[in-house]
Design a protein around this ligand. Structure first.
Ligand code: SAH
Ligand code: MG
Length: 200
């Protein structure tokens, strides 16, 4: 998979954070499959895919494809390219499928549903979980409590959009990060707003 093509995709993953994600995916997919919460158009998914491919491992990625609060019409990150004007809803699924086909993400398995709903019937241990879904406190906490138990010991929990300063960004991912550190997680590495914790 061509890294320059990944860089040009629509999404919320700057190059340096994407490189970290790819590196962690390579390291931890050695233990088991990778699970991503919050696919959007698949930009972060491609970094995960490129890393896991080296271990012949799958990347599952969950999104209802209806967008988060900030992607809705009149909100800060609204984007008309992923808005279905006839159905009056955000729909990121067509662009995700196009991106997977264009870049050849053969180890990517998209799941089109709600994160918590999927977790209730998910019984495969995971090498890595990447939380980048809804950024409300409720959504971020639900993603953590639903998916964290499925990570193998020695596997990793990666969280995006960590902002210590409330003026720079929402606090829900940071809250989840602090909660994990109070449990059996230790910080492995951090690059800007993305952090990788290891489960003890
Ligand atoms: N990882 C992407 C960005 C994800 S944006 C990238 O780096 O480009 C967050 C995504 O989470 C949105 O597409 C939204 O539809 C999805 N989302 C929010 N709440 C969700 C939930 N409860 N279940 C599934 N997906 C959810
Ligand atoms: Mg993000």
């Amino acid at each position: 998979m061509n890294i320059n093509k990944i860089r040009k995709l629509k999404g919320f993953m700057p190059d340096h954070e994407g490189d970290a994600l790819m590196k962690w995916s390579e390291k931890f997919s050695n233990l088991g499959p990778v699970m991503e919460i919050g696919t959007y158009c698949g930009k972060s998914t491609m970094y995960l895919s490129k890393g896991a491919y080296i271990n012949n491992q799958n990347v599952f990625t969950i999104d209802h494809h209806l967008g988060s609060e900030e992607h809705q019409i009149n909100e800060e990150y609204f984007d008309e390219e992923i808005y279905d004007y006839t159905k009056k809803r955000v729909n990121t699924l067509p662009l995700l499928i196009k991106n997977i086909n264009d870049l050849g993400g053969i180890n990517i398995i998209p799941i089109i549903s709600d994160s918590v709903k999927v977790s209730k019937s998910w019984f495969t241990d995971l090498g890595m979980v990447f939380i980048d879904g809804g950024h409300s406190f409720e959504s971020a906490n639900n993603d953590f409590s639903s998916w964290e138990p499925k990570i193998l010991t020695g596997g990793s929990l990666v969280i995006h959009d960590i902002y210590e300063n409330p003026h720079e960004g929402g606090q829900a991912p940071f809250e989840v990060y602090k909660k994990a550190l109070q449990k059996n997680y230790k910080e492995y590495e951090r690059v800007d707003t993305i952090v990788c914790l290891i489960k003890g």
